[in-house]
Design a protein around this ligand. Sequence first.
Ligand SMILES: C[S@@+](CC[C@H](N)C(=O)[O-])C[C@H]1O[C@@H](n2cnc3c(N)ncnc32)[C@H](O)[C@@H]1O
Length: 206
Amino acid sequence: MYLVSEERLNKMKRILETRQDTLRVFMDYVYSPHNLSAIVRTCDAVNVGKLYYRHQKKVKLNNEITMGAHKWIFHEYVDDIEKFYKDIKSQGYQVVVTLLDEDTVDFREVDYTKPTLIVLGNEVDGASEISIKYADKKVIIPMYGMSQSLNVSVANAVILYEAQRQRAAKGMYDKPQLPQEIIEKTLKKWAYDDIIEENLKRPRKK
Ligand SMILES: C[S@@+](CC[C@H](N)C(=O)[O-])C[C@H]1O[C@@H](n2cnc3c(N)ncnc32)[C@H](O)[C@@H]1O
C-alpha cells in the first residue's frame, strides 16, 4: 500500500507556503492543448496563486492536457467574464493584458509585486475586447525579428519569470501568503488524492 512519505508531504507544504496567491493568470480563450499544458507547467514552476481559463468547448483541464501539473494549481473556469473582472478588480488586482499593440508598455515596466492578474490572449485573435476594456496595463514583450509574436506559452513564461524575479527580490517567496487554514486543508486533500491515485495505479496482489 502507498502512503505519502514525509519528504513528499514536506514538498507539498513548501509549495503551499511559497504560493504567490496574489499573482494570477487568465487564459482568455487559449485553446491549443499543447499551449494550455505549457502554460499550466510554467504557472506551477513560478507557483502562481490561481489559473483562470475559458474556452468555447468548456475544456476541462486534465492529465492529458497538463501532464498532471493542474493537480497542484488552483484553477477555475470563467463563465461570466464581466463578473470575473469586476470581482478581481474589487479585490485590488491590477489587470495586465499581454498585447501586440502600439498602445502598450514594455512588460518590464510593470510592478508585479502588486496583486496582479496576467491576461493571455487567443492564439489567433489575441486578447478579447472585454479583457482590453478592463486592462489597467497593456504590455508587450519587445520583438526584434521577423516574427510578429511569440507563442502564447512562451510569452507567459517570459512575463511570469519577470514577476518571479521581482517577487523573489522583495522576499515574497519567504513567507506564506495563503491563510494557514487553507494550507492545512489543501495539504490534507493533496495527500488524500495522492494516496488514492497511487494505490489505484498499483497492481493488486492475488
Ligand atoms: C500568437 S499571439 C496572438 C497573435 C494575434 N494575432 C494578435 O495580434 O494578438 C497569442 C498571445 O500571446 C501573447 N503574446 C505573444 N507575443 C507577445 C508579445 N510579443 N508581447 C505580448 N504578448 C504576446 C499575447 O497574450 C497574445 O494574445
